[in-house]
Design a protein around this ligand. Structure first.
Ligand SMILES: [Zn+2]
Length: 229
């Protein structure tokens, strides 16, 4: 962090930078940061857009976003509750409201907010498609929900982030359930400070979906994921 390299064609790079849902994502043309907390603004100064999923303290840090914005003038995309409070510090015309069913573009990168099953005001998840078609599903703190099946069938997801701890009702089992419903090429257990939860997720995945890749990320390390053939 920050990511200096540019991903290969048909690939993306990502970094998990906190114990929660903090992800830095780099496509060949754009750098996106999702739910930045517990990170320095200077590590995110190449960001083209900040995406926020909901207003809880481990996802929304207003002061940090204002700092990132000051350095980058980046696009801000946020769920309604977060967008509303961000209007105190960011010019309102730079903030785009995220609600399921709308599509937001960051250059050639597509951002589709989807439903999020989590006790917050207007939480969203994000289905992100890079300019060369790599599909990433950032499920924030969501519990599994039935419509994830349709999202998986329609989008053919390459990479899904699955909450396995800290959030209400989140366990390695519910994280695995998200992978089971969305059928990605690679599943990443995150939102935990307990490596045992990630290991348990990996075991359940290996037993039940042996052909799905499990990537247990180390914090602040860069990973590349390539589009499935
Ligand atoms: Zn959280």
């Amino acid at each position: 962090m920050p990511i200096q390299n540019i991903p290969e064609k048909n690939a993306i790079l990502f970094v998990w930078f906190n114990h929660y849902a903090g992800i830095l994502l780099k496509t060949p043309s754009k750098t996106l940061v999702i739910d930045p907390v517990d990170v320095k603004a200077r590590q995110l100064q190449n960001s083209d857009a900040v995406l926020i999923t909901h207003e809880h303290y481990d996802h929304l840090d207003q002061r940090l976003i204002a700092e990132i914005y000051k350095k980058t003038s980046c696009q801000i995309i946020a769920d309604l509750a977060s967008a509303k409070s961000l209007k105190n510090t960011i010019p309102p015309e730079r903030i785009q409201n995220a609600y399921p069913g709308t599509e937001i573009k960051v250059g050639e990168v597509s951002i589709k907010p989807e439903k999020c099953q989590h006790p917050a005001q207007n939480p969203v998840t994000y289905l992100i498609t890079s300019e060369d078609g790599v599909k990433i599903f950032h499920t924030a703190d969501s519990q599994p929900y039935p419509e994830m099946v349709q999202i998986g069938e329609k989008e053919k997801i390459d990479l899904v982030f699955c909450t396995v701890g800290i959030a209400p009702k989140a366990t390695p089992e519910t994280g695995f359930e998200i992978a089971r419903l969305t059928k990605p090429q690679v599943a990443v257990p995150y939102h935990t400070n307990n490596p045992a939860e990630q290991k348990r997720f990996a075991e359940i995945l290996k037993t039940n979906m042996p052909r799905t890749g499990c990537l247990i990320p180390e914090q602040n390390k860069i990973y590349q994921v390539t589009k499935r053939r």
